[in-house]
Design a protein around this ligand. Structure first.
Ligand code: BTN
Length: 257
C-alpha cells in the first residue's frame, strides 16, 4: 500500500500511480480478481492510457500528463443489482460537486453519467460491476476528466472542453484527485447508510436539459420531449411534447443537439 496525504478513511488511501497503461479499469479489474485481497478504495491513476475505454465501446482519448484518468475499487455489496444505478448517482454527484467549486455555473450531469459544462463534455464515468448472485461484489469506477488539455482534435474539438480552457489556468491534478476521493467517499458512505433519497433528488436537479424541450431519437424516430427525471432503476423519463412519459434505458435513446 502506498502512503499519501489524503484525509479520507479509505478512498485513495492505496494509490497506485502508473506512467502508462492500456486502461486503468483493465489494470484494476485484473488486480481485484487476483487471489490477494485488494483494499476497498484502491485508486489506480495513469499519466497516459493507450487504450482508454469509454461507454458503449467508445475510446477515451486524453493527452498524457494533462488530465485525470483513474479507476477506483469499491465493494458496494449492500446494493442489490436493480439498485446499481445509485452508485452511478453518488459518483456523478460527487464529481459535479467538486467541479462546482471551480465552475460556479454551467455544470450539469448528462444522463446517465457524463459531466457537462454548457453543451460540452468535461468528464465521463465508466462503472464496471462484478455481480455475484443478486449483489454487487465489487465495482470498478473509471473516471476521466479533462483538466489541463488545451486542445482537442477531430470530433472531440466541438464536443469536449477542459477545466483549464474555461479557467484560463492550469489546475493541480493531485489536489483535484484528493478532493474527488474525499467527496466520493462522503457520498458513498451516505449510500451505505441507506441515505439516498436526497442523493437521488440532487442528481435529478443537476440533469442536463431537465424540464427543457429538446430533441431526442429513439427507435429510429426523432421527437421533441422534456426530461422529467429518472425511474427507481435509473431509466430516463422523457415526456414527448405530444404524448405520455416514456422510460428509456441507456442504449434506447440518444440526445440530439
Ligand atoms: C465515457 O464517458 O464514455 C466514460 C469515460 C471513462 C474514462 C475513464 S479514464 C479512466 C478509466 N479507464 C478507462 O479505460 N476508462 C475510464
Amino acid at each position: 500500500m502506498q502512503n499519501n496525504t489524503f484525509s479520507t478513511l479509505f478512498v485513495g488511501q492505496n494509490l497506485i500511480k502508473l506512467s502508462a497503461v492500456d486502461s486503468t479499469n483493465n489494470y484494476l479489474k485484473k488486480l481485484a480478481s487476483n487471489s490477494e485481497p485488494l483494499a476497498e478504495g484502491t485508486v489506480i491513476m495513469a499519466d497516459h492510457q493507450f487504450a482508454g475505454r469509454g461507454q458503449m465501446n467508445n475510446e477515451w482519448i486524453a493527452e498524457a500528463g494533462k488530465n485525470l484518468t483513474f479507476s477506483l475499487l469499491l465493494r458496494p455489496n449492500f446494493l442489490k443489482v436493480p439498485e446499481q444505478f445509485l452508485l452511478n448517482i453518488a459518483v456523478s454527484v460527487a464529481l459535479n460537486e467538486v467541479l462546482l467549486k471551480y465552475l460556479p455555473s454551467g455544470l450539469s450531469i448528462k444522463w446517465p453519467n457524463d459531466i457537462y459544462v454548457e453543451n460540452k463534455k468535461i468528464g465521463g464515468i465508466l462503472i464496471e460491476n462484478v455481480i455475484v448472485g443478486s449483489n454487487i461484489k465489487h465495482s470498478i469506477i473509471g473516471i476521466g476528466l479533462n483538466i489541463n488539455q488545451s486542445d482537442f482534435t477531430g470530433e472531440l474539438k466541438s464536443k469536449s472542453v477542459s477545466l483549464s480552457q474555461i479557467l484560463q489556468q492550469d489546475v493541480n491534478l493531485m489536489a483535484l484527485l484528493k478532493e474527488i476521493c474525499t467527496q466520493i467517499e462522503q457520498l458513498y458512505l451516505k449510500l451505505r447508510a441507506g441515505m439516498y433519497t436526497n442523493l437521488k433528488e440532487l442528481y435529478v436537479s443537476k440533469l442536463y436539459r431537465l424540464n427543457k424541450v429538446a430533441s431526442y431519437t429513439a427507435d429510429g424516430k426523432v421527437f421533441e420531449g422534456i426530461i422529467e427525471g429518472i425511474s427507481n432503476e435509473g431509466l430516463l423519463k422523457i415526456k414527448p411534447i405530444d404524448g405520455e412519459t416514456v422510460e428509456f434505458g441507456f442504449k434506447e435513446v440518444a440526445f440530439i443537439n
